[in-house]
Design a protein around this ligand. Structure first.
Ligand code: ADP
Ligand code: MG
Ligand code: ZN
Length: 642
C-alpha cells in the first residue's frame, strides 16, 4: 500500500507541472537570499582597508606580525593586542588582530624595496600571497549546486506533507475515520419517532453490542452487518446514531463518497484504516452512510470503476476478516438497495436488512411531537390535522415544517406557534413561499383562477375525490401560479380504480376550464399533464387497470425508494407503441369527462372563479358554500331566511 501512495506522490509531483513550477520559483528565491548572505559574509566584515601612512605607522610601531604580499594588495596581520591608529571611519574594533587589514595599492620598484627593508627592520614576516581561487570556487558551488539541493529539499518536504497529512488531496485518511468518530452520539431511540419496526430490529443489535458474551456463550454467531434501507429523509442516519447512543459505544461514521478518490487504492486503504481503528476500540459501530457510492454492483453495463471496485473488495474482505464476537457492528444506509452488489448482501456481511419506511399517520404525529419538544405551541395546534395534510412527507420534511412554523411565528411577532403557522409551513415546504411581488395581469389572474377552480370543482363534484381545503392564486416561489390544496380525510394505502380515474379527471380539469371559458389554452397545465400521464401510464402498465392489456406487467419501477419515477419497460417495441396509444386514449376520455362536468356546472365555475379573483385565497368552506347555493338554490334560500 505504501508503494501505491508513493507512486501517487511521484505522479503528482511530475505530472502537475503547475506545482513543480511553484516549487522551482520558491527554491530560486531562497537560493538567491542564501547566496547573497553567504557571499556577504565572505567579502565584508572581516576585511578592512587602511591608508599607506597608517600601514607604515603600524610597521614602525612594531604592530605588524606579518604581511602577505599579493599582486594587487597587501594583507596585513597585526600583532596580538595591537593598538591601531584610527582611520577616517573611526576606531578599529577590538577584534582587529583577527581581521585582515588590507592595503590595496602595492608599491613597485624602489618604493617596494624601501617598504620591504622597513618591514624587515621591524621583524615583519613577509609572504608571497598565493593567487586566491577560493572565492570563485565558492561562488560556483553556491550558484550551481545549492539551487538543486534546495529544490530537492523543498520538494521532498512538500511531498511528505501531501503524502502523510490529513488535509492534502493525497491524504490517505489515516485519521479521517477518527475525525468522524464520536464517543457519544447523544441521540437515542427517543429522538426517532414513528419507526417502530426498525427500532425493534435495532434493539437486538444494541443488545449484541452491550453483551456480546451472552450470545457467544450459547454458540450463536453475532451478526456482522445491518443495512438500513428506505427513502431519503426517513431517519436512517438518525437511527444509526441512535443505536450507538443506546449501546453507548463509539460511533465511526463515514459516508460512502468519502472512500471514493481519484487514485486507485486510496479508498481501499481508508477502509483498512477504518477497520483497524475500530478493532482497537471494540465494541463499537462502524457506520457507512450512502453505501451505494461504493457498493454499486460490479456487474455494470457501462464498465467498471477500478477504484470503487477495489474499495468494495477491501470492504468485503474486511467484513469477512473481523471477529464479530468482540462486538463490532457494521451498519450501512442506502436508499438504493437494488443497485448494491449481491456480495455485500450475502450472509456474513450486511445480512440484516432494516427497512425504514415513510411514516404513517401516527408516525407523522409522533415525529411532529418529537420536533415540537423545544417549540412553544399555543392551544390551537392539532398535530393530527397537520399529519393528515402531509401524507407522504418524511421525517426530514416534518422537522423542516416545524422549524418553518416557529420562524413564521417569530416573524409575526408572536411568542407561540399556532396551527395557522403550521399550515403555512406545510405549504412552504410543499409548494414554496408566497411570492407577493409577482404581479399577474388581470387576464392572467382570470385564467389562473378558472384553472384552479376547474380542478377544485371537478374534484368536489366527483364523489370519490377528496374535499378541497383551500384554493389560492397567490404565486409561489416553486413555480405554481395558484393551487388547490386537498386534504385527505384519512390515510390511504390503497386506491381503487375509480379513485385513480377521478384523480385523472381532476388533474386535467384545469386545462379543461381554460378551454371552455377562454376557448384557448395556456402553458399553465404542463405539470398537470405530466402527473396525469404518469398516473395513466402506471394504471396501464403496472396496475393492470386497462381493458386492452389486462394484468400484464409492462413496466417496473427502477428504484424502490427514490421517487424518481423512472421505470423500465418490459415489453417489445410493438407493445410499447400500443401502450402509448392506450395511455393517450385514457387521457383523452378523462379530459372529455372533465370538460363535460365543468360545462354542466358552468354557473358554479363562473361564480367561484369571480370570488377567487376578488379574494385571491378562499377556503374550502367558502368554496362549498357557493357550490351548495348554486346546486340547491331553495335550501340555501331557506338558510338565509333563518
Ligand atoms: P436519511 O438518512 O434517512 O436520509 P436522516 O436520518 O438524515 O435521513 O434525517 C434527517 C433529519 O430528519 C433528522 O436529523 C431528523 O431531524 C429528521 N427525522 C427524520 N426521520 C425522523 C424520525 N423518524 N423521527 C424524528 N426525526 C426524524
Ligand atoms: Mg442519511
Ligand atoms: Zn393545474
Amino acid at each position: 500500500m505504501e508503494n501505491n501512495n508513493n507512486q501517487g506522490n511521484d505522479d503528482r509531483g511530475f505530472r502537475h507541472s503547475g506545482q513543480t513550477f511553484m516549487i522551482l520559483i520558491i527554491a530560486a528565491v531562497i537560493t538567491f537570499f542564501v547566496y547573497t548572505l553567504i557571499r556577504g559574509a565572505f567579502v565584508t566584515g572581516v576585511t578592512q582597508e587602511i591608508s599607506y601612512t597608517e600601514f607604515v605607522t603600524m610597521v614602525d610601531s612594531d604592530q605588524v606580525e606579518k604581511v602577505e604580499w599579493g599582486d594587487s594588495d597587501i594583507t596585513i596581520i597585526p600583532k596580538e593586542g595591537a593598538s591601531m591608529p584610527s582611520d577616517s571611519t573611526g576606531e578599529y574594533s577590538p577584534y582587529l588582530n583577527q581581521v585582515d587589514v588590507r592595503y590595496y595599492v602595492v608599491p613597485v620598484g624602489a618604493d617596494a624595496q624601501k617598504l620591504v627593508d622597513r618591514m624587515l627592520e621591524h621583524g615583519v614576516v613577509i609572504y608571497k600571497k598565493k593567487p586566491d581561487n577560493s572565492g570563485f570556487i565558492m561562488e560556483a558551488l553556491i550558484s550551481i549546486v545549492l539551487p538543486f539541493v534546495l529544490i530537492f529539499v523543498v520538494m521532498n518536504m512538500t511531498m511528505r506533507r501531501m503524502g502523510n497529512g490529513n488535509g492534502g488531496i493525497m491524504g490517505v485518511g489515516k485519521s479521517t475515520a477518527k475525525m468522524y468518530m464520536q464517543k457519544e452520539t447523544g441521540v437515542t431511540f427517543k429522538d426517532v419517532a414513528g419507526e417502530d419496526e426498525a427500532k425493534e430490529s435495532l434493539i437486538e443489535i444494541v443488545d449484541f453490542l452491550h453483551n456480546p458474551t451472552k450470545y457467544t456463550a450459547i454458540g450463536a454467531k453475532l451478526p456482522k452487518g445491518a443495512l438500513l434501507v428506505g427513502p431519503p429523509g426517513t431517519g436512517k442516519t438518525l437511527l444509526a446514531k441512535a443505536v450507538a447512543g443506546e449501546a453507548q459505544v463509539p460511533f465511526y461514521s463515514l459516508s460512502g463518497s468519502d472512500f471514493v478518490e481519484m487514485f486507485v487504492g486510496v479508498g481501499a486503504s481508508r477502509v483498512r484504516d477504518l477497520f483497524k481503528q475500530a478493532t482497537q476500540s471494540a465494541p463499537c459501530i462502524i457506520f457507512i452512510d450512502e453505501i451505494d457510492a461504493i457498493g454499486k454492483t460490479r456487474d455494470t453495463r457501462f464498465g467498471g470503476n477500478e477504484e470503487r471496485e477495489q474499495t468494495l473488495n477491501q470492504l468485503l474482505s474486511e467484513m469477512d476478516g473481523f471477529d464479530a464476537s468482540k462486538g463490532i457492528m457494521v451498519m450501512g444506509a442506502t436508499n438504493r438497495p437494488e443497485i448494491l452488489d449481491p456480495a455485500l448482501l450475502r450472509p456474513g456481511r450486511f445480512d440484516r436488512r432494516i427497512v425504514v419506511e415513510k411514516p404513517d399517520l401516527k408516525g407523522r404525529v409522533n415525529i411532529l411531537k418529537v420536533h415540537a419538544q423545544d417549540v412553544q405551541l399555543d392551544d390551537s395546534v392539532d398535530f393530527n390535522e397537520i399529519a393528515l395534510a402531509t401524507s407522504g412527507a418524511v421525517g426530514a420534511d416534518l422537522a423542516n415544517m416545524m422549524n418553518e412554523a416557529a420562524i413564521t411565528a417569530v416573524k409575526h411577532g408572536r411568542k407561540k406557534v399556532s396551527q395557522a403557522d403550521l399550515f403555512e409551513a406545510v405549504e412552504v415546504v410543499l409548494v414554496g413561499k408566497e411570492k407577493k411581488d409577482r404581479i399577474l395581469s388581470q387576464e392572467e389572474r382570470r385564467i389562473v383562477s378558472y384553472h384552479e377552480v376547474g380542478h377544485a370543482l371537478v374534484s368536489a363534484i366527483q364523489k370519490d375525490a377528496e374535499p378541497v381545503q383551500k384554493i389560492t392564486i397567490v404565486p409561489r416561489t416553486m413555480g405554481a401560479l395558484g393551487y388547490v390544496m386537498q386534504v385527505p380525510e384519512e390515510e390511504k394505502y390503497l386506491n381503487t380504480k375509480a379513485e385513480l380515474h377521478a384523480m385523472l379527471v381532476t388533474f386535467l380539469a384545469g386545462r379543461a376550464a381554460e378551454e371552455i371559458v377562454f376557448d384557448t389554452v395556456t402553458t399553465g397545465a404542463a405539470n398537470d399533464i405530466e402527473k396525469a400521464t404518469k398516473l395513466a401510464r402506471a394504471m396501464v402498465t403496472q396496475y393492470g387497470m386497462s381493458e386492452r392489456f389486462g394484468l400484464m406487467g409492462l413496466e417496473s419501477q427502477e428504484s424502490l425508494y427514490l421517487n424518481t419515477g423512472r421505470t423500465v419497460m418490459n415489453c417489445g417495441d410493438d407493445t410499447a407503441t400500443a401502450v402509448d396509444q392506450e395511455v393517450m386514449q385514457v387521457l383523452k376520455s378523462c379530459y372529455e369527462e372533465a370538460k363535460r362536468i365543468l360545462s354542466e356546472n358552468r354557473e358554479a365555475l363562473d361564480q367561484i372563479a369571480a370570488f377567487l379573483i376578488e379574494r385571491e385565497t378562499i377556503t374550502g368552506k367558502e368554496f362549498m358554500d357557493i357550490l351548495h347555493r348554486i346546486q340547491h338554490p331553495a335550501e340555501s334560500a331557506d338558510t338565509e331566511c333563518v
